[in-house]
Structure formats: structure tokens, C-alpha cells
Design a protein around this ligand. Sequence first.
Ligand SMILES: Nc1nc2c(c(=O)[nH]1)N[C@H]1C(S)=C(S)[C@@H](COP(=O)(O)OP(=O)(O)OC[C@H]3O[C@@H](n4cnc5c(=O)[nH]c(N)nc54)[C@H](O)[C@@H]3O)O[C@H]1N2
Ligand SMILES: Nc1nc2c(c(=O)[nH]1)N[C@H]1C(S)=C(S)[C@@H](COP(=O)(O)OP(=O)(O)OC[C@H]3O[C@@H](n4cnc5c(=O)[nH]c(N)nc54)[C@H](O)[C@@H]3O)O[C@H]1N2
Ligand code: SF4
Ligand SMILES: [Mo]
Length: 769
Amino acid sequence: MDQNSNGDMERDEDIHRLNRRSFLKLSGGVVAVGALAGTGWAVTELSVKEGPVAKWHKSVCRYCGTGCGVMLGLDKNEKLVRVRGDQEAHNKGVICIKGSLLDELMEKKEARLTTPKIRKNGKLVEASWEEAMSLVAEKFKSSIEENGPNSVAYYGSGQLYIEESYTANKLFKGGIGTNNVDGNPRLCMASAAVGYTQTFGKDEPAGCFDDIDHAETFFVIGSNAYECHPPVWERVMRRKAANPKVKIIVVDPRRTKTAQHADYYLPVVPGTDMLLLNAMAHVIINDRLYSEEYVNKYISFNDGKAEVSFEEYKAFLEDYEPEKVAAELGISAQIIREVAYYFATSKATMSLWTMGLNQRVQGVFLNNNMNSLHLLTGQINKKGATPMSMTGQSNACGGVRDTGSLSHLLPNGRLVAKAEHRAEVEKLWGIPAGKIQEKPGYNALSLFQAMNDEKVKATLVMCTNPAQSLPNVAHYLPGMEKTFMCVVDAFETETSKYADVLLPAALYIEKEGTYGQTERRYQLIQKLREPYGDSRSDLDILVDLAERLGYGDFIKSKTSKEVWDEYREFSSHSKYNFMGMTRERLAKERGLQWPCPTEDHPGTARRYIPGDPFVPEGKEVYFYGKPNGKATVFMRPYLRGNEKTDANMPTYLTTGRVVSQWHTGTMTREVAELNSQSGPGRFVMHPQDAAHYQVKEGDVIIVNSSRGEMKGTVSISENETPGVVFAAFYDPEFMINDVVSDDHDPISFQPDYKVTAINISKSLPLKPQ
Ligand SMILES: Nc1nc2c(c(=O)[nH]1)N[C@H]1C(S)=C(S)[C@@H](COP(=O)(O)OP(=O)(O)OC[C@H]3O[C@@H](n4cnc5c(=O)[nH]c(N)nc54)[C@H](O)[C@@H]3O)O[C@H]1N2
Ligand SMILES: Nc1nc2c(c(=O)[nH]1)N[C@H]1C(S)=C(S)[C@@H](COP(=O)(O)OP(=O)(O)OC[C@H]3O[C@@H](n4cnc5c(=O)[nH]c(N)nc54)[C@H](O)[C@@H]3O)O[C@H]1N2
Ligand code: SF4
Ligand SMILES: [Mo]
């Protein structure tokens, strides 16, 4: 069967012959310290730089939601000269190429912003902190006085420290009194957060990375973990090498490097996965592959409005018999049945997913369905069995989902819309009842639309680059131009071009703070050196702004440690309780997973089972987020989005990432070794599409979508699927988001970056050839 791949063995031989650079290229950039399990993926020390390390410091990589522990070697001048994986951390010494080059990010200084800048006569000119901050405060104040608190906004990031996001959220929602607090996690995690909350009554994964070592079937859907979470993928491969029974199923329209290691590779038609997940549920129910224990004891069924019976759920699935959906989905009924069988009957099944499911017009429903498959089959609440939505950014979970720094949330799983949640938060923050508004604020897309409409007049943009990362981006630029925008970044970006005030941010180890990664693990990053130039930490900037706006007493915690202790106490009034994670413990230990209510508590690897402090004595499984203790399996129909190919728009565009670049590239383009690997942005297509459009490698094409038009260069690859063109978004000279649709999920408001219908025409050469 050609969906099977045996790429592993070839790789094993290859890797022994590789030098560092080509190894990193081939392996997705996994770097490990010390000999690991002999899979060929792990190698001995590869770091090339042998600088004189005066002292090693335990830290955490700043980039992605794997949250790898790293050891940072600083020389006697506080220069970061070596980076290696921390063997005592959860990633067991394995890091990827981006992590291994953190030293170059920190040492590449030419491009760093060093002083505040203010726009004068259309140009950004250097200014003092006093001048810049008083201008920001004045603009915010006058906007609030003239147009009310909802005329200002904060747009933040899953890469800020927990203490920073918590402070921004508190200042805006509890101080200024606006729920206009949102950020890039809306583009990334919103569907997963809503999906978990609807199913379990609580956000965040129940399982942990350690489950990889116990799983027998991996169901990987809409995730290119090989490039985006390389140490996670390395661990999956090690698990497979150690246990021949392990089956890897990968569902992705593109034959990614992840898909190349699958036992079952399912190249679904973009945008159709709901059909697959409902068809798998159909097989599981009709072939009696479900867990009677779960169906009888731990699940209730719901049609989205009210509880329904198991029989009604079964009847709903009739339309999703594999034979009925196969053609539209692009996968044979036989394969659907085999995959459902492996999912249900393995000793332990672990699902891993990311943007291929979240960034979709049905993102929430897809997340619901992933959770449902695990509940129906009882593939949950035991070692190796868990539905794991991997988080993208280093701190989207801890910093934004847990602190409630989105426009509809309040800290620790509370909702703006719920009166009792608002009242609890008002009490904990010591503000008058009714201070927090009852309506959610603007979300990412509606915020930038409100700037277009000049309803929002002053915005603080921190640690994110929306002028490159928003979908249908050109549509949102006029608002950034027209309204007052203060941008805080370490580098110049596409967004800083629209800034009225640009503030230089301290980067990574130039400040102290906490990150919370995918598996609820909070880890401390200590400050190891002074901020570069005149830059300041985002926390210092927020505290300064709070004082200037008259909230100096309310934002009473002024240092990272003070905020941590305030928030730790705050959390003790919730099921996110991490009161036991003192700064001292975090400085010593390799991260702790919440709940962790007391200083002698070891943290909670798996939730909803004994060991979780909130599971009552004597209960084997208890979904305490739900009033009846049962998780919900929803009937979720497949609905096709607007972005569907037709005669005018015959090809799909899907967008995402490559291993060596981080998002909009501001940081990774500064690291020569990373930048040289990816080259400039390109449209990557299958040879059949190239033949169809009569284009060849290097040709410039014009791509049209319902949103816009752009030019770019073609690259041809056998790994792409005919009919699906791929593009990454790291290159501002290749502004792919000009054509990406801003259609979004109607519940989570997360945009669908994955499915845009396009047409391609060849660009005529500028000069006759
Ligand atoms: N190297 C690197 N690593 C990163 C990042 C980075 O910028 N660079 N960013 C981090 C962040 S914030 C995030 S959110 C994660 C993202 O991590 P991933 O989600 O793994 O990465 P993406 O490339 O966005 O998309 C994942 C896959 O979804 C597939 N896909 C597209 N359409 C569909 C569909 O209809 N169905 C299915 N099943 N799959 C589909 C794509 O082909 C792609 O392989 O990565 C994190 N890690
Ligand atoms: N086409 C397409 N577009 C996408 C996606 C996609 O799959 N396809 N994915 C979406 C997703 S999942 C995400 S998460 C977003 C990411 O989109 P963005 O958040 O816009 O991208 P980043 O490049 O991560 O931007 C982070 C910025 O913070 C700066 N920075 C770094 N450290 C600090 C700091 O400590 N303080 C401050 N103030 N600044 C700092 C960096 O220099 C950088 O400019 O992109 C989204 N856009
Ligand atoms: S996988 Fe993510 S956290 Fe780990 S080293 Fe790479 S970028 Fe850093
Ligand atoms: Mo993301």
C-alpha cells in the first residue's frame, strides 16, 4: 500500500554519514546531547562552538510550545557562547536547530532596536523613554476620556512571559475597564481552547509528553511535528523504534516530513477532516469498538443545545458511513475503517494535532471531535492514551490561555460572559463590583476591523507582528495607519512601519519570567544579562503605563517575582491552582505541571484521574469541569467553508511553517544558518500542478484568491499533493497573507489559514527573453 512509508531505515544509515549542518537539515534539526536510544535520530554532541563557558545556566528555549529545557553557557563577559539541551528536563537533552542557535539570536545585535522612537512628520525618530511613554499615556487617556474605555486595546502574544500577559490583562480589564485584550494566540490556539472547554469543562490538555513513551498508536492530524515540534517527533520515533507494534497514522493534505514516517498516511482533501473524524466515530460505534464503561459512566451526549441519547448520536453518524464520505474526503473507506480500528483497539492511543485542525472554519468542531474519539474509545485517562493539542508558541498556554488574556476570558478558566466569574475576579483584584464589562471585547480580526472603522483609536501591540501575520492582511493595514499604535518589539517589523511610538523590548534572558508549555508545565527563565541598549522588559513598560494612567496602586506588583506571587495566590482560588510553585522551586526544578496546590506537591502529569488533587477520593475518573462529572461528546456536522475549489479557483493554497524559520522571521532571519536553510519565500507545488499551469522551478507566478493577488516564485516538490500549493509566511518580501482568506471559525473566531482557493497564472517576464 503506497500510504505506508519505510523512510526510517534509509534515514538511519544516512544520519551516520552526516555533518552537523546537513544532519540538522535532514533531521528536522533535532540536536541531542549524549547518546540516545539508537534510533538514528539522536546523535552525540553536535554543537560547533567551543567558546570558553564560565558558567552554565538552566533555562528554557524561547521559541515553541515544546518548551525545551536548555543549558545556556555564558562566558565571563556574560556573552552567551554555548547552548545545549538540558538532559534533566522533559525533553531529555533533545533540542532543535532553532534552540541550538539561541546564542546567535542573542549575539546578533545590529538589527536590535536600542531606543524608543516617535513618529514625527511621518518618520520614526529617536526619543527618550519619558517622551515616548508620556505620549502613549496621553493618547490612551484622551481616547478613554473622549470615547470611553472600549476605544483602546491591547494586542499581545503567546511569547510574552506569564507575568507580562497577566499584568496587561489586569490593567486593561480590571483597571481601564475594557475587554479589548486579545493577541496572536487567537490565530493559533483559540479553537483548541474552546474545544477542550466545551468537552471537559476546562481548557488545557489532560495528558503529557511522557504519554508518548507509552502509546501504541499515534494519530497525528494537521501537525507537521517533524518541523514544528522536532523533539516531540523524535520521541515518537524512538517509541516506534522500541516497540514494533507502534503504528503512526498521519492525516495531512501534504506529504510532509512528518507524513513520510507514517505507517498510514491519509492525504485528505484540504478542509474535509470532519468527514474523517465522524466516519471513524461511525465505525467505532457500529463495529462496537467503543468503551461501554466510558459510554455508560463518563460521557454524556449533546447535539450542541441539549443532551441526547447514545442512540441519537449513533443515528446522527449514519450520514458519515465511510463509503458515503470517501470520495469527498479523498480517502478510501477501507483505510478509514483500518485507521478507526487501530485508534480504538490499540493498548493506548495518543493523538497529536496543531494548526491543521485549529486554523479552520470548523476548528472548534474538529477539536470537539478529536476529544470525542478518545472518550468513546476510552483512549484517555491512562498512560499513553490522550487527546493532545500541541501548543504553538512558548507561552500560549501558560501566558494567555491560563491567564485569560483573550477578549472573552478572565484568568484561570473564567469567562467574561459569566456574572459569577466576573464577580470572583473583581473580588480577587479588589475592584468595585461591575467594573469588568459583561461583553467580550474585540478578538484579533474584529479588533483590527474596529481600527479600520476607527472605533478603536489607541492600541498597544506587544511581541507580535500582525502586519505580517494576520490573514487577508492588506485589508487591516489602513486601521494600523489611521489609529494610534504603540508597538513594542526587539526588532523593526512590518508592524513597526505603522507604529506611532516604537519601543525597544528586552529579549529573552535580558529579563525574567515564566513560560507554560503544552503539557501545563511552568518553567522559569532567569535574567542572565542586562537589556541591550536602552531596551526595557515588557513588564516594566506595562507597569510604567499603568502608573501614568493612574493605576499604579492597582498594578501593585511591579517586578516579575511580585507578579508571580500575586498570580500564584490568585490561582489558588481555582482548579488551575499552582500555589505550590514558588519561584525558589522553579529555579531548582525542571518545571512543574499544574495543578500544584502546595509546596510539597509534585505537580500533576495527568488530570481527571487519581493523582490530580481535584479528583475526589474513590473516583477513578472524574471530569470536575462539568457539573455532572461527565465529559461531553457532541454531534458535530461537517459544514463546508466558502473556500472550496471550482473552475475559477481550481487549486488549494495552504500555509504554514518550515523548520528553520520562526513565524514572521524577525528573529530567525537574524541567524545566518537558519536563514540560509529556508531561502526566500516560495510557492511549493507538485510537478503535476507545475505541468498543469505550465510553470517550472524559479518561474514567477501570479496567485489570485477571493482576497487579493500576489506574485511569487515557484518551487517544485514531489512531496506536495497535486491540487495543493504550500507557502510559508516568514518572508515579508513574499507576503502570502495578502491572499490568505480571513474566514474564521464562528465560535472561536480563529482564522482559517489552511484552506484558500486560488488561481495561478504565469507572470510574463519583464523583459523579452
Ligand atoms: N519551525 C517552526 N516551529 C514552530 C513554529 C514556527 O514558526 N517554526 N511556530 C510554532 C507555532 S506558534 C505553531 S502554531 C506551531 C504550528 O505547528 P503545525 O500546526 O505543525 O504547523 P503548520 O505548518 O502551521 O501546519 C501543520 C500542518 O497542517 C496541514 N494542513 C493544512 N490543511 C489541512 C487540512 O485541511 N487538514 C489537515 N489534517 N491538515 C492540514 C499542513 O499541511 C501542515 O503540514 O508550530 C510551532 N513551532
Ligand atoms: N499564513 C499564515 N499566517 C499565520 C499562520 C499560518 O499558519 N499561516 N499562523 C498564525 C499563528 S499560529 C501564529 S502564532 C502567528 C504568529 O504571528 P506573530 O506573533 O505576528 O509572529 P512572530 O514572528 O512570532 O512575532 C513576534 C514578534 O515579537 C518580537 N519579540 C520577540 N521577543 C520579544 C519580547 O520579549 N518582547 C517583545 N515586545 N517583542 C518580542 C519578535 O521580534 C517578533 O517581531 O502567525 C499567524 N499567522
Ligand atoms: S522544539 Fe521548540 S522549544 Fe524545543 S528547541 Fe526547538 S524551538 Fe526550542
Ligand atoms: Mo501559533
